[in-house]
Design a protein around this ligand. Sequence first.
Ligand code: ZN
Length: 477
Amino acid sequence: MRVYNTLNRKVELIRSIHEKKIGFYACGPTVYFYAHIGNMRTYITQDILRRALIHEGYSVRHVMNITDVGHNVGDGDVGEDKVRMEAKAEHKGMDDIINFYTDKFFKEESILNIQRPEVVCKASEHINDMLELIERLDAGSYLYKASNGVYFDTSLSKKYGELAGTTFERMNKELKAGARVERPQGIRNITDFAVWRFAEHNEKDMVWDTRFGRGFPGWHIECSAMSMKYLGEQIDIHAGGVDHIPIHHTNELAQSEAATGKRFVRYWVHGEFMTVDGHKMSKSLRNIYTVDDIIKRGYLPMAYRYLCLTVHYRNMLNFTFEALEHSQKSLKSIYAIISRISALNDTGTVDKNLAEEIKTVRDSFFSCIEDDIDTPSALSKLHALASLAGRKNLSGAECSRILDVFLEFDEVLGLRFNMHLSSALPKEAKELIEKREDARRNKDFNTSDEIRTRLRKEFKISVEDTDQGTIWFSSID
Ligand SMILES: [Zn+2]
């Protein structure tokens, strides 16, 4: 398996620290608001990577943090804590905000069929781990006090900025030239960042009394401390969005390596941004969509997942409802084929050439995945398999071989193909669908409509007639 490593700026073969094991850390959400579909694209990418590694035979330990404190407005060190600010705005406690948006996040993840990481860790529950790491940095004389917190001196970091392809000097010069970054008093370098922020406004929630002062951790120290706790001082893969490269991941890397003297991460994997109708998502353009918005407009959440796979994770994805519609159509055609061939009985004879063709398609699909998770090319192999499934006179053995390959593809794609197997239907629902098809053939549309209503009411199944035949969707689709 090869991935593009941001640190070395090339596609590299994954060699894990421990044989057949992968330690995988992904920066999770800051739970102060709804995650939008652009955020979810990042988690879908990570899910595909995780599934691909598992398919390759790795045992993956995937750790994701939940940032419930310490992430400031503007991502820097002077803005207010995002969760605290939202709590004030909504006249609620920080806990209420955290619980509400964390639940919402995991509901959306499960709707999008994103597998839950082995470890999900909340920042506020790991303050001692962060303090231990801060102590280590202090013992190494990397820290100093400024007006609003305890800062890491980035001039002492050996290769500060290397992840972003730059240097300490260049970054400081550029930031100074821009002069738009507000920095607190008493800092030594513009790039320095707080590992501990002092409480300011008599805050009661989410502040801790420590020898570094009364306050709360910096956002970056959270990820360093929690990744070390659950994955050790060196990890195989660290993932996040491209927006994390210049500040959050650069700072995580600097302080982790300062504390341990070891390489922190072997492979940094970053997913590109998403635009909507060619524009950056923003509140003023009213173009921020959530998974709920997609469902409300009548789309399958899996159609969104499919749409994400049509663009390579390192390329910008421009979201439009037209593109979503197109993705949904393609996905439904696959569902219909799976439904149809899983219901077929032995009708034809075995064709040796076909077996060979199925194998070629299967192998080339996984070559695409292994090549830096090239999902757009993998999807073209998926459709190649679908066209093999469309051949006339397939034998039962051939159908079941093709089905096996569809399901193996779906171990990585996660598009819920198994929900569309004939065997996934309750017996009574299956009989009703067959009856309905008979009724339609006889142009008895009243009966066909009655059955459609019964399926919805009794089994929460909706049916749809396509060129490929009838497909069904249960409410979870
Ligand atoms: Zn992080």
